[in-house]
Design a protein around this ligand. Sequence first.
Ligand SMILES: Cc1cc2nc3c(=O)[nH]c(=O)nc-3n(C[C@H](O)[C@H](O)[C@H](O)COP(=O)(O)OP(=O)(O)OC[C@H]3O[C@@H](n4cnc5c(N)ncnc54)[C@H](O)[C@@H]3O)c2cc1C
Length: 457
Amino acid sequence: MQSNHNNTITLLGAGLVGSLLSIFLARRGFKVTIYERRPDMRNGGAGAGRSINLALSERGWRGLEKAGIAEEVKKIAIPMYGRMMHDTQGKLTYQPYGTAGQAIYSVSRSGLNMLLMDLAEKHGVQIHFDSRCQEVDLNANTLSVEINGQAIQAIQAEKIIGTDGAFSALRSAFQKSDRFDYQQFYIAHGYKELTIPPTVSGDFAMEEVNALHIWPRGHFMMIALPNPDKTFTCTLFFPFEGEPSFSSLKSDQQILGFFDQYFPDALRLMPDLLHEFKQNPSSSLVTVKCFPWAKGNVLLMGDAAHAIVPFYGQGMNCGFEDCREFDELLEKGLPMNELFEIFQKQRKPNADAIAELALRNFIEMRDLVADERFLLRKKIEARMNELFGEDWIPLYTMVTFRDDIPYSTALRKGQEHDRLFDRYMDTLGNIKNVTEKDIDQMAWQIMADVKTQNSQV
Ligand SMILES: Cc1cc2nc3c(=O)[nH]c(=O)nc-3n(C[C@H](O)[C@H](O)[C@H](O)COP(=O)(O)OP(=O)(O)OC[C@H]3O[C@@H](n4cnc5c(N)ncnc54)[C@H](O)[C@@H]3O)c2cc1C
């Protein structure tokens, strides 16, 4: 497992991706040093307090397994087997994510980050906190790091990997270099995190714990994921401007009136809503695309290379997949510069694909999950997957529950599925009172169409 070289690697950022990557590198015998802008959150500083969670799925688990740490993470993860949709009357509709037993997992962002940092240090990784990288000289391979908000230290590095997130300092250096393509755009919506606390008796306030709760409302939506401390973290995805929006809800009355109109069942469970709504930031959602990710001895990875919107719950999972594929290349014993080249060529189409899928899934989550045709399509697709296995894998399953189907393949197949279903659903009349038998028949008919189509190609 260990390699013979004594190479050193410097990482920027001990976030989720940087911490996991450092474990992979240390396991292969590299001496790894990380410079992290924030104080150590394990001492109770910024980021450690509030429960903010993420959905961890197959690609993420596969990365953690390869690093040998999945079992540790399982201990702090809560499975969510499906979506629980809440309508404006508080009526609930449940939709399983995949087949029986398939789940995505709610994990605390800070809990996972702290665990990864602990494990990285156990592997000999050295993390310098309160160390903000200000500049990188790509020609000299030097970093300027501000320590504790004061002294600037110049650091000579052999290889540098920027895992410093969506607003990467390393990427800023790339932006000043020649032939670097860069694009960033914000969507009109932002997000605000809110909490559903436990009941007075200390239980979860919503009965269905093992589900991702969604309140789809057309132009906006709210979701909630469970935490081990029996709270749910809610995230309201909401426009910054317009009616209603973050800017239109100013008074207490407006905020309460809005929640009462659109999320009445949740409002009853949020005693601290007003305080949280006014106190917690309204944060923006950015997509970043750039290329190349590698220049000489320097590489970008994770959000620094490809920040995406969170609607497929894949940003971290994609970053963990970056780490695993990087490790698979290390396993081949390639020289590092060659490895950087192969890595970026391999990952870029997949990062672009998940960026697009994530943007599209916003529309699915906020509009379609409440739409009868969409729910029927989901049922037919689930049945097709049961009946035909590998011959019909729904898009959500390809993205979330498979680690052997690249995101770019999932995107292409998903588009083919859309074309087929758009045609098919147009031929259906009244879709009320559809029975299991009807769904079976539809599944067989669609598959017959696919087979005919394939035989004509
Ligand atoms: C609201 C929301 C919900 C999300 N939900 C999910 C989800 O359910 N599932 C999922 O897979 N993904 C989700 N994501 C995406 C996920 O959070 C990111 O993809 C993931 O955090 C990327 O990890 P990273 O390590 O690349 O970047 P980050 O987690 O941003 O870490 C970057 C690190 O670099 C440090 N840093 C930054 N600048 C410097 C500097 N100049 N010098 C030194 N250190 C620096 C930062 O302090 C930080 O520790 C969500 C994102 C958002 C915004």
